[in-house]
Design a binder for this molecule. Sequence first.
Ligand SMILES: Nc1nc2c(ncn2[C@@H]2O[C@H](COP(=O)(O)OP(=O)(O)OP(=O)(O)O)[C@@H](O)[C@H]2O)c(=O)[nH]1
Ligand SMILES: [Mg+2]
Length: 184
Amino acid sequence: MNYQVGTDQFINDLERVSQVRSEISICLSRIADTINQAELAGDTSSGKLSLIRDIEDITAASKNLRNGVFRLLVLGDMKRGKSTFLNALIGENLLPSDVNPCTAVLTILRYGAEKKVTIHFNDGKSPQQLDFQTFKYKYTIDPAEAKKLEQEQKQAFPDVDYAVVEYPLTLLEKGIEIVDSPSC
Ligand SMILES: Nc1nc2c(ncn2[C@@H]2O[C@H](COP(=O)(O)OP(=O)(O)OP(=O)(O)O)[C@@H](O)[C@H]2O)c(=O)[nH]1
Ligand SMILES: [Mg+2]
């Protein structure tokens, strides 16, 4: 049996997913409007049906779908080839992957016209743009240190929220974000 999925077909399917998401988003928004109008009309006749929470939930679902981001999280134990798999998908060795250094910060891979990497901090510091060499050198740690941090349930870079790698890849242009998770 052949399990291979043609890349073009896959990209076309993603295009279709994006269209359907947008269509469903519009439908949900209409449903929320209709219920809202019924509630307003009910207020002056038979009474409200207390559907405010439902209206909020449907509106939130509509917004999420409209934003159009489909996030794919790559998880696995230490040194199982997560970053290697993602580099193969991109077609370039952008993410740190090796026998020794471990991915130490959550890294979001998303579409960008130019390839760049930005570190986002959680302590109010402004985001910092780095070149890829510095990113690989600065935000990876060796496996022994990673093991120690794991046992102590500590993060390697507590002030870092996440890193964003932007890349002009057709796959990412369709609203997909891929997340490379740190194992330490
Ligand atoms: N034999 C073999 N080795 C692989 C494969 N994929 C990755 N490797 C090797 O496994 C090692 C670890 O790969 P990484 O991609 O850094 O693994 P990771 O899961 O991102 O590791 P952490 O970020 O540290 O958790 C590297 O030396 C890769 O060359 C594979 O399919 N087969
Ligand atoms: Mg990794």
